[in-house]
Design a binder for this molecule. Sequence first.
Ligand SMILES: Cc1cc2nc3c(=O)[nH]c(=O)nc-3n(C[C@H](O)[C@H](O)[C@H](O)COP(=O)(O)OP(=O)(O)OC[C@H]3O[C@@H](n4cnc5c(N)ncnc54)[C@H](O)[C@@H]3O)c2cc1C
Length: 382
Amino acid sequence: MSTFHFELLDLPPAAETLRTEVREFLREHLGDQVAHQRARSWGGFDREFSRRVGARGWIGMLWPKKYGGHERSALERYVVLEEMLAAGAPVGAHWIADRQSGPLLLRFGTEEQRQRFLPRIARGELAFAIGMSEPDSGSDLASIRTRAEKVPGGYRVTGTKIWTSNAHISDYAISLFRTQVVPDKKHAGLTQFLVDLKSPGISIRPIYDLSGGHHFNEVHYQDCFVPDDMRVGEDGNGWTQVTTELALERSGPERYLSSIQLLIETIREAGKEPGERAAVTIGRLVAHLVTLRQMSLGVAGMLEAGQNPNLEAAVVKDVGTGFEQEIPEVIHALMGVEPRLSSGSQFERTLGYLVEHAPSFSLRGGTREILRGIIARGLGLR
Ligand SMILES: Cc1cc2nc3c(=O)[nH]c(=O)nc-3n(C[C@H](O)[C@H](O)[C@H](O)COP(=O)(O)OP(=O)(O)OC[C@H]3O[C@@H](n4cnc5c(N)ncnc54)[C@H](O)[C@@H]3O)c2cc1C
């Protein structure tokens, strides 16, 4: 049987210096944000904020300078991400492009696509959505049916994508379509495209979540023309590319920090002299947090060393999303207050937001069962 390992590492001095700069920036720009706004974490979407982050050089940090990147280290990037998440910064307008769409274009895109899109992403000017899931294809992504049929100069797309977060406020979606139907080989014949979400033939309809919020959408394509120069990679290479993209999607610290504002607020509420039960509960959660941070840093260290962290990243996402989901549950039981979205109490509102959103943490980016399948395969067990 294979195994996984997490290297314990210390951050280099350059990363710690950067941390101070990021904290100052966040104090300056988010000083007036209250807890329930911060609780939105990477779900918060603010284009102006993203432009400011871009201007500081904190988007596309690892990318070559010739594409607007900054050639910094994976550990420096990690520090920026964890500080943004710890502060509950509204990073949603650049998060997807920085995390997965940009790196995907860097690896599989054409030179023209890199030059056209990467500098604008790095400046925080372009928001990307993820066009993978379909009404009958979530976990079984290879079974997607949205068809991109070859026509002169491009492809004609017809079908439906679902759960597309922020499609209604984004510029582009990297989308997976079926360009060929290969009998009995569902992983073949898939291709990725850069789709301009304002294209004729696309209609975007909202799906409201439990609390009436709108970030999910259904994206309908009806004879939508996507030009050849917006195809990403080879026709038919979509499966290899999309699995690479999913590994990027799953590997960051957002997979254990989504409920951090509630923990911070609980520590504040408990005060300097917490009761025994509060001290034990908080101590246990903080111990888990510190351990997960070491594991997650280990994944960043593997990226820095040019190693493949897919197995370790799947472990962190599986354990990390369990932790994110446990925080609201445990704190609800500890504090004896009700989760209320319309409460006058910041604490109740923060709890309310997280109680409603926590169930989705272990679904987005691949469900628990799917991750455990990946872990089992990585360990040579299946
Ligand atoms: C907050 C949020 C944001 C999202 N944003 C996006 C987005 O922007 N773009 C996008 O494309 N998608 C997005 N999604 C969709 C997400 O990727 C899917 O929900 C996810 O892949 C699961 O697919 P499904 O919902 O169809 O569930 P299903 O695949 O139907 O799964 C239902 C249940 O069956 C289990 N299951 C399925 N297959 C197996 C198996 N082989 N073995 C064991 N158990 C199995 C699953 O684990 C799950 O518990 C988002 C989802 C959420 C919750």
